[in-house]
Design a protein around this ligand. Structure first.
Ligand SMILES: NC(=O)c1ccc[n+]([C@@H]2O[C@H](COP(=O)([O-])OP(=O)(O)OC[C@H]3O[C@@H](n4cnc5c(N)ncnc54)[C@H](OP(=O)(O)O)[C@@H]3O)[C@@H](O)[C@H]2O)c1
Length: 375
């Protein structure tokens, strides 16, 4: 694995310092937001989210939330935010929610791609209840701007679909296609030797993957939680996970596997410590020896911790329905269009979880539209 070795070597020259179990995970892409997480004080049902500014970057600054008047138009009965809504599964989730009468804020990190997506959805499906708002889940200002917009216009949020994600590996796409891997082999996780020459887990990609799929998801959830708490019907949060997170057969480390099953011992700090340890082992090329997943390692770990975070949140907010959903092996760009079901089908699980009744399950894993077992 010359490329992986070269990648690992390049990290030794960065300012990265990772100590297992001790150092909070800090990303070169996005400083850890500890101390900058919005402080929330809710006055009646109306809140104001302070404008982010240079001061926002200061760890000593607290965002003030104050009483504010909403002179907005009719408040929709159900309002949803979908992250990464410009393509793939996210785009379809937007369409299907809107067709169910939900007002959808389709978000995308790229304004043009997002606006084009809204335009095509509205045009193709004759919809008028989809709105665009820019959101890069790794950008604190962008997250705060979305929260401010929703607060000033609607004062609440009913549904958050955390869909945005990245694959977290460097890929030779032509080489991968040439291998023509049977989807059953791919899904079983047994393709690990086959793909060695075409898919490389670099350290940079691993960091980006953990940042986007876990930290970004957590940060946008934290930014929108005050608004979700205002949902009169009890909010729904849908976290997009993957079958790569299923512990059975995919988490070789037996001790860790047992620990991951016991949600009572996990919190965000412990998750960070585990991810630090994972990154250190990746850097030292000892993933297999330490018993981490070897098939798409960072992606698998990112989704494993999405599941943990889902269960932590569900315990913390029993008034909401908070679940994670594996969409199936869907034909999208994240898997270089090797998936076997169309996005229309892949979106159904997230839509079902977003529209669960108040007495529906929470803290659960859905394999597409059915309850499944990931832990
Ligand atoms: N496809 C599958 O078989 C499969 C299986 C299991 C789980 N999933 C999960 O399903 C979700 C959707 O993936 P997909 O299959 O639809 O893949 P996709 O077509 O590659 O879509 C990924 C979306 O995430 C967005 N995104 C990435 N980083 C972002 C960021 N920092 N801020 C905001 N948006 C960001 C992308 O935006 P840009 O267009 O700007 O890049 C894109 O809209 C992911 O969480 C993925 O892990 C997919």
């Amino acid at each position: 694995m010359a490329a992986a070795a070269a990648a690992a070597a390049s990290y030794s020259s960065t300012s990265w310092r990772v100590r297992p179990g001790l150092t909070p995970f800090r990303s070169p892409l996005q400083p850890h937001p500890q101390g900058r997480v919005q402080r929330i004080a809710i006055f009646a049902t109306r809140i104001r989210i302070a404008t982010p500014s240079a001061a926002m970057q200061s760890s000593s600054t607290r965002h003030r939330l104050e009483a504010v008047n909403h002179d907005h138009e009719t408040i929709p009965e159900r309002l949803a935010v979908v992250t990464g809504g410009n393509r793939g599964i996210g785009l379809e989730v937007c369409r299907q929610l809107a067709l169910q009468g939900v007002t959808v804020i389709l978000t995308a990190r790229d304004e043009k791609r997002g606006k084009d997506a809204v335009e095509s959805l509205c045009h193709e499906s004759n919809l008028s209840n989809i709105i665009f708002h820019q959101l890069d889940i790794l950008d604190g200002n962008s997250r705060a701007s979305l929260a401010r917009y929703i607060n000033s216009r609607f004062g609440k949020l009913d549904i958050l679909v955390n869909n945005a994600g990245v694959g977290g590996v460097a890929v030779d796409q032509d080489g991968l296609r040439a291998l023509n891997i049977d989807p059953r082999v791919w899904l079983s996780g047994k393709a690990v030797n086959l793909i060695q020459s075409v898919i490389v887990q670099t350290y940079d990609e691993a960091v980006k993957c953990l940042n986007t799929n876990y930290y970004g998801l957590k940060w946008i959830t934290e930014a929108l939680l005050p608004l979700l708490k205002q949902s009169p019907s009890g909010a729904r949060i849908v976290n997009t996970t993957s079958l790569r997170s299923e512990l059975k057969q995919r988490m070789p480390n037996e001790k860790l596997r047992d620990e991951l099953r016991n949600i009572d011992i996990w919190d965000e700090a412990r998750i960070e410590a585990m991810l630090n340890e994972f990154l250190l082992d990746l850097k030292n090329e000892r993933l297999e020896e330490a018993g981490w997943p070897t098939m798409l390692p960072a992606y698998s770990m990112s989704k494993t911790v999405v599941n943990l975070y889902t269960r932590i949140l569900a315990k913390r907010h029993p008034e909401m329905r908070i679940n994670c959903v594996h969409p199936g092996f869907v034909n999208t760009e994240i898997n270089w269009n090797t998936g076997i079901i169309p996005p229309e089908e892949g979106a159904r699980g997230a839509v079902k979880a977003a529209l669960l009744p108040q007495d529906g399950p929470t803290g659960c894993y859905f394999d597409q539209t059915e309850l499944g077992e990931a832990w």
